[in-house]
Design a protein around this ligand. Structure first.
Ligand SMILES: Nc1ncnc2c1ncn2[C@@H]1O[C@H](COP(=O)(O)OP(=O)(O)OP(=O)(O)O)[C@@H](O)[C@H]1O
Ligand SMILES: [Mg+2]
Length: 231
């Protein structure tokens, strides 16, 4: 039935702070309200640790949206209390990263859900180790990508760089989400320019929100092409 068509997805972005968590969490919430058994994962996270529960704020938001409470070791195998790439943070902290263990944890989690929504860290060339980038992780997980793009001036360069990198790795970018984190390009002009330049469709446009909330984001996303692709 419908379940045969469901699959897991990787949410990446043109940069850090562009809206990966905002979009992924809203998608998880919407899929859950549709009765889909959705799980979440953020394999690598960094920043200030929360005092209780999941150390990563992103993981806490994603888990709350999906209504799940899996072990931190599964949903977020690596957390670095330094706002930096895993490569940089691990080097500073003297930690070695076992990238294969993350793949095994993904498989374990995926077995419990119809769909896993996986949030990346930074963008597709954020380094995890010296010779292993987020793009390697995506390739190893075998997932297609939803790429969240800002609308600020400069986003065309960042979006095309991200798409070119994914193409080089053989990763499919299934759709772009234009998120107006801050004012920049006209959103519909940007959509048509990105389609002409990259050949990739924008599957959702999120205008700037004065007070971003799960409710408002979900209202915008729920009837979009993004949700029909995911579900
Ligand atoms: N459309 C929007 N309008 C206004 N603010 C937004 C919008 N989308 C996201 N934000 C805000 O921008 C900030 C960054 O968003 P978010 O945390 O989702 O980005 P991210 O890509 O997950 O960041 P990170 O790289 O740290 O994981 C958050 O404070 C969020 O509430
Ligand atoms: Mg995030």
């Amino acid at each position: 039935m419908m379940l045969f068509l469901l699959r897991s997805w990787f949410f990446s972005a043109t940069d850090t702070g562009v809206g990966k968590t905002t979009v992924t969490a809203a998608c998880a919430r919407i899929l859950r309200t549709k009765g889909i058994n959705v799980g979440i994962m953020k394999p690598y996270a960094s920043g200030v640790a929360r005092q209780s529960g999941y150390k990563s704020e992103d993981v806490a938001i994603l888990a709350d949206a999906a209504g799940v409470s899996d072990d931190e070791d599964l949903v977020n195998p690596y957390f670095f209390p330094i706002a930096a790439s895993p490569y940089t943070a691990a080097a500073k902290l003297g930690i070695s990263i076992d990238t294969d263990s993350v793949l095994a944890k993904f498989e374990r989690l995926q077995a419990s859900y119809d769909i896993l929504l996986v949030e990346g860290i930074g963008g597709v060339l954020t380094p995890i180790t010296k010779d292993y980038f987020v793009a390697d992780l995506i390739k190893n997980l075998g997932l297609d990508v939803i790429l969240v793009c800002s609308s600020r001036i400069g986003t065309i360069n960042h979006t095309l760089l991200s798409c070119t990198t994914c193409a080089k790795y053989g990763i499919r970018v299934r759709g772009l989400v234009i998120n107006e984190v801050e004012k920049g390009y006209d959103l519909s002009e940007l959509q048509s320019d990105l389609l002409n330049l990259s050949g990739i469709d924008t599957v959702c446009i999120i205008p700037h929100m004065k007070n971003p909330s799960m409710f408002e984001t979900s209202q915008i996303i729920k009837d979009s092409k993004l949700i029909s692709i995911l579900s």
